[in-house]
Design a protein around this ligand. Sequence first.
Ligand SMILES: Cc1cc2nc3c(=O)[nH]c(=O)nc-3n(C[C@H](O)[C@H](O)[C@H](O)COP(=O)(O)OP(=O)(O)OC[C@H]3O[C@@H](n4cnc5c(N)ncnc54)[C@H](O)[C@@H]3O)c2cc1C
Length: 481
Amino acid sequence: MASGPAYDVVVVGARCAGAPLAMLLARAGHRVALVDRASFPSDTMSTHFLWQRGTARLQAWGLLGRLRARGCAPIRQITFDPGPVQISGIGPAVAGAADTYCPRRTVLDALVVEAAAESGADLVERFVVGEVIWSDGRAAGVRGRRPGSAGSSLRAAVVVGADGMHSGIARRVGARAYTEHPPLTAVYYSYWSGIRGLGASFHARPGQLILTWPTNDDLTCIYVAWPRQDLHRVRRDIEGRFHAALELIPGLREAVAAGHREARFTGTADLPSFYRASAGPGWALAGDAGHHKDPCTGMGMSDAFLTADLLAGAIHQGLAGNPPMDQALASYQQRRDAMTANGFELTLSTARLAPLSPRLEALYRTAADQPEIARHVFGVLGGSIPLRDLHTQARLLPASLTAPSASSCDTIPNARAKASNGLVGSGFSAVSVPAAWLYVLGQAGGREACRGRRHEAEQQGGSACQRGKARGGTIRRSVRG
Ligand SMILES: Cc1cc2nc3c(=O)[nH]c(=O)nc-3n(C[C@H](O)[C@H](O)[C@H](O)COP(=O)(O)OP(=O)(O)OC[C@H]3O[C@@H](n4cnc5c(N)ncnc54)[C@H](O)[C@@H]3O)c2cc1C
C-alpha cells in the first residue's frame, strides 16, 4: 500500500459541507486533500432552496456571481400558503444578500468543488474512503481506493467527515448520536419543463406539504411530503398521489399539466433528525454527517455552509495551536449546536404536517395584510432573524400573539457564537429561529423547547437540544419511482 503525502486536513465528502471547508482552509494557506467517491459535476438526492443566509455565504466566498452565470436566477418573492391565506414576500437581506436561489446540485456542488481546487486543495474524485488511520489515539488520516487501483493512504493532522447523513467517518470514529428523532415524512419530487409563473412556493395542508421551485434549465422542481406512515400507500401509486396532492392547491394541477415531466420521481423516507458528537481527537464532522433534519424547511445546504465556515475557523485556530486543536474542535461543536438548535426545532414542528393552530392562523392573517410582518415571518422561517425582531412590531400584531411567555424565551444569543472566528464572515445572523416562535406555532414541543433553553445555552454555550433524550430508532429507505 502506497503512502500519500502529509496534509494538514483531509476532508471526506466534497459537497455543500466538504467543498467550502476545503476551499476556506486552502485559502488560509493550509494543505488540504478533498476526496469524494463521486466525481463532479454529479447529482445527489436533494432539492434546491437556498435561503439568504446560505446565499450570503456564497457571496462572501466570491461564488454568487458564478452561480448566477451558470443560469441560476435570483428569486425575489416566495409564496407561503398555509391554507386560509397566502403570504408573499421575502425575508430581509442577510449580510447584503437579498435574494434566494434554487440551484441544481449538479451546478452548485461542482462550482464549490472547482473553487476548492482553484484555492489549492488537492481534489481526489472517485476515491472511496474505507478506513480511518489512527496514531497514538488520534485520527491521523484515511485509507481508501479508486476503482481498479490499489489502496492508498492520505495522512493528515485532522480528518473531517463531510460524508453525509450516513457518514462512514462518524461510524469509524464512534461518534455518538444525540437528540435523535425518527423520520416524520416521506417525500417525492421531480422536474417539469414548460411551467411558467409558479415561482417559489410553500403550500402547507394537514398531512401534506407541496413545494415548488424554479431551478436551472427553465425547469420547475415540485416536491410533495406526506406523513412517514403513508409511504407504502404513496409508493403504490406515486404519480396518482402526487397529482392528488397538487389538486389541494387551486390551479396547481392545471399549471403542472400544461408542462412536461422531464425526470422520474425521486423519493425517500430516510429522513431522521439527529445531532452527532462532531469533534474528537484529530477528527471532526461537518454538514449532514454531524447534524441532519427533515428537508421540509430547506435548511440543510445553508447549515452545511455554516458548519464549513465554523469548522474552517476552528481548524485554522487549532493548527496554529491557539487554542489547542481539541479545544478548538470542541468549541466548533458547541457553536454549531447553538446556531442550529432553533432551526432544528422549527423543522421538527413543520415536518409533523399538523393542522394550523388558531394562534398561527391569526399570525399569518396579520402577515398577509402587512408586508412588513410578512417580511419578518419569512426571515424567521429562513432562520436569519430572531423572533424578537417580530416582537418589536408587537403593536402591529393581535394581542393573542404577544403572550409574555413567548418573549420571555427569546433566541439564543448570537454574538458569542459569531465572535472570535476570523473566517466567519461578519454580519451573519445565527440560525436563530427562536423557541418563542414555536410557542406562537402552538404545536407540540414549543413550550417544552422553550423551558430552560436560555439557562442551558448560557451554561454550556450549546444547544438545549443536547438535553434531549433519544426517542426511538430510524427507518431508512430510499426509493426511486
Ligand atoms: C429530498 C431532499 C430534499 C432536500 N432539499 C433541500 C433544500 O431544498 N434545501 C436545502 O438547503 N437542503 C435540502 N436538502 C438537504 C441537503 O441535501 C443536505 O443537507 C446537504 O446535501 C448536506 O451536504 P453535505 O455536504 O453535508 O452532505 P452530502 O451532500 O450528502 O455529501 C456527502 C458526500 O460525501 C461523499 N461520501 C460519502 N461516503 C464517502 C466515502 N466513504 N468516501 C468518499 N466519499 C464519500 C458522497 O459521495 C457525497 O458526495 C434536501 C435533502 C433531501 C434528502
